[in-house]
Design a protein around this ligand. Structure first.
Ligand code: HEC
Ligand code: HEC
Ligand code: HEC
Ligand code: HEC
Length: 119
């Protein structure tokens, strides 16, 4: 009986550890977001302050396997087909959410140019 219990604990530990190992983590450091050509200062982005938001809200093409690709791999300086430019994709995603939440009276991130494009 005791042996079976120990075995069960070991198996479930391995399952949890295996899952934790397979699940990708968001980078802890501040990422500097840059378009190919820059007129404004690059935008610092912290995953930690966005930890409650589902990954797929931003990494919208990511299916949960491997590492999500940077927005800039698909969203270039100019719109390509249905893909928005990096500027418009970022503004729609980042500023769009901040504005919607602000209107709803919730604590959120900045909507002012200079608060994201920090000198
Ligand atoms: C609020 C938006 C947002 C959320 C939510 C978010 N991310 Fe990100 N993530 C970004 C942005 C923006 C980048 C930088 C992309 C770039 O450099 O073009 C990034 C970059 C990354 C990178 C680095 C990619 C590379 O090319 O080096 C990884 C890994 C990552 N995110 C994982 C995650 C995971 C896992 C989650 C959910 C737990 C998550 N992210 C949630 C916006 C977000
Ligand atoms: C693998 C390519 C790819 C990556 C990586 C990618 N996108 Fe997109 N994105 C697309 C395509 C294709 C479309 C147009 C079709 C669609 O809406 O899905 C799009 C559309 C969008 C839209 C417009 C959606 C709408 O409702 O009109 C936003 C906003 C956006 N992307 C933001 C981002 C952000 C922010 C990132 C990085 C965190 C990102 N994308 C990463 C390919 C990508
Ligand atoms: C789905 C909603 C949502 C999206 C998308 C989103 N944010 Fe935010 N952002 C928030 C919320 C909520 C906070 C406030 C978190 C807190 O302080 O508790 C925040 C805070 C911030 C802050 C101030 C705090 C800090 O981390 O420095 C910055 C800057 C910021 N966001 C930048 C961005 C950028 C850049 C993007 C796009 C790549 C983005 N956000 C996308 C919801 C969002
Ligand atoms: C919520 C954050 C946020 C706010 C607010 C914001 N931006 Fe951006 N902007 C970004 C991100 C992220 C990018 C794409 C990465 C980059 O270029 O730094 C971007 C890209 C750009 C670009 C293209 C790249 C460049 O430097 O030429 C311009 C121009 C720009 N923004 C201007 C503005 C102006 C003007 C405002 C105010 C009306 C503004 N942004 C407000 C986050 C923001």
């Amino acid at each position: 009986m005791k042996k079976i219990f120990v075995l069960l604990v070991a198996v479930s530990f391995l399952a949890v550890a295996g899952f934790a190992f397979a699940a990708p983590k968001a980078p802890a450091e501040t990422l500097m977001l840059k378009a190919e050509k820059m007129k404004k200062p690059p935008v610092p982005f912290k995953h930690v302050t966005h930890a409650k938001i589902e990954c797929s809200k931003c990494h919208h093409t990511w299916k949960g396997e491997g590492t999500p690709k940077g927005c800039g791999t698909c969203h270039k300086d100019k719109k390509e087909g249905k893909k928005l430019s990096f500027k418009n994709a970022a503004h729609k995603n980042c500023r769009g959410c901040h504005r919607t939440m602000k209107k709803a009276g919730e604590k959120t991130g900045p909507s002012k140019c200079s608060a994201c494009h920090k000198k």
